[in-house]
Design a protein. Structure first.
Length: 116
């Protein structure tokens, strides 16, 4: 599910109107509608406000997407970078680690048998 689809889902589940949510973001309903339909991406600050409004973690709005934000201070220097990895990617990585450990154990057992 895309970010804009999740935003719509949470808005509807809270029974909030587009007008109300748009007003909370300080944008017109028509501009909010374009964001919720995926025509315009939500800005980071808008997603932060939406997560508070919907009472969900911002990561819940962005799961299954890889997002990299580079924030720059006014002198142009980077002061932060945030990376969100998709849940499926993390699960696959953990499964590969478990497989690796099992293979190492089997190889150690085979070496021990050969050394006898």
């Amino acid at each position: 599910m895309e970010v804009f689809e999740k935003v719509k889902f949470y808005r509807e589940s809270k029974k909030l109107s587009q007008e109300y949510v748009g007003a909370r973001l300080n944008i017109e309903q028509s501009q909010y509608s374009r964001r919720e339909s995926g025509q315009i991406p939500f800005a980071v600050d808008e997603l932060l406000k939406l997560s508070e409004l919907f009472e969900v973690e911002i990561s819940d709005l962005m799961k299954d997407k890889m997002i990299v934000f580079n924030n720059h201070n006014q002198t142009g220097g980077s002061f932060g970078q945030y990376i969100h990895f998709p849940e499926k990617l993390i699960e696959q990585y953990e499964a590969r680690l478990k497989e690796k450990e099992e293979i190492i154990l089997l190889l150690k057992q085979r070496i021990a048998e050969l050394e006898r």
